[in-house]
Design a protein around this ligand. Structure first.
Ligand code: 4NP
Length: 189
C-alpha cells in the first residue's frame, strides 16, 4: 500500500504533536462509529502524539441519529465507551484532519471524488491498511477488496461483531504505528 510518497506523508504525520484522524463509511451509523469507538478508547491516554478521532458518512440519510443498535451493542459489550451522533462528510474535513480513513473501497472512491487537490488525496487511506496483516495490499490492486470492512447495515449482530474484530485488528496496528516509530530528538549537552 505504502509508496514512497505515502510513507513520507505518514512519517510527517507521525512526527506531529497532535494527529487528527477522521474515519469515513457510507451512513456513519454502523462501521465508522465502531471504528471511532475503538480507536478513541485505544488512543485516549496518548500524549505524544495526542490523537483526535472523529467520523462521518458520505451519505446524508442519518445525520443527527445515534449509531445502529447492533453497532452500539458491539462496542459496549467489548468495553469501549463512546457516544455517537451521525454526521455527513464535508469537503472542508480534508483541511481539518491529517488522516481520512475509509472503511471500504467505495467509501475511498467517494472520498477521492470529493478531494480537490493532491494534498487532499494524500490524506486518504484504508482504515485496515494499519492492520499489519493487510498493510502490504494496494487498494488499487486486484486484492484491494480485502481491505474493505463489509457493510453490516440491516444484518444480524454477528455481522457487527465480525466488523468489530476486523476494526480492532486495524486499530491495534494503528496504535503500534503511533507508538513505535522512532522520533529523532536532538541530544542536549
Ligand atoms: P455504514 O452502514 O456505512 O457502515 O454506516 C450503512 C448505513 C446506512 C446505509 C448504508 C450503509 N443506508 O443506506 O442508509
Amino acid at each position: 500500500m505504502h509508496s514512497l510518497e505515502t510513507k513520507k506523508y505518514l512519517s510527517m504525520v507521525r512526527g506531529k504533536a497532535k494527529i487528527s484522524v477522521h474515519i469515513v463509511c457510507l451512513g456513519n451509523i454502523c462501521r465508522s462509529p465502531i471504528a471511532n469507538a475503538v480507536l478513541l478508547n485505544l488512543t485516549r491516554d496518548l500524549s505524544a502524539p495526542k490523537v483526535e478521532v472523529d467520523s462521518s458518512g458520505t451519505g446524508p440519510w442519518h445525520i443527527g441519529q445515534s449509531a445502529a443498535d447492533f453497532s452500539t451493542q458491539s462496542w459496549q459489550s467489548a468495553g469501549y465507551e463512546y457516544h455517537h451522533i451521525a454526521k455527513q462528510f464535508q469537503p472542508d474535513f480534508f483541511k481539518k484532519h491529517d488522516l481520512i480513513l475509509a472503511m471500504d473501497l467505495s467509501n475511498r472512491a467517494n472520498l477521492l471524488n470529493l478531494a480537490k487537490s493532491d494534498e487532499d488525496r494524500a490524506k486518504i487511506f484504508m482504515f485496515t491498511s494499519f492492520d499489519p496483516k493487510k498493510s502490504h495490499i494496494d487498494p488499487d490492486s486486484k486484492d484491494g477488496q480485502i481491505l474493505s470492512v463489509p457493510d453490516p447495515y440491516g444484518g444480524p449482530i454477528e455481522e457487527f461483531e465480525s466488523v468489530l474484530k476486523i476494526i480492532e485488528a486495524a486499530a491495534a496496528g494503528f496504535l503500534d504505528w503511533v507508538r513505535s516509530e522512532v522520533i529523532l530528538t536532538p541530544i542536549s549537552e
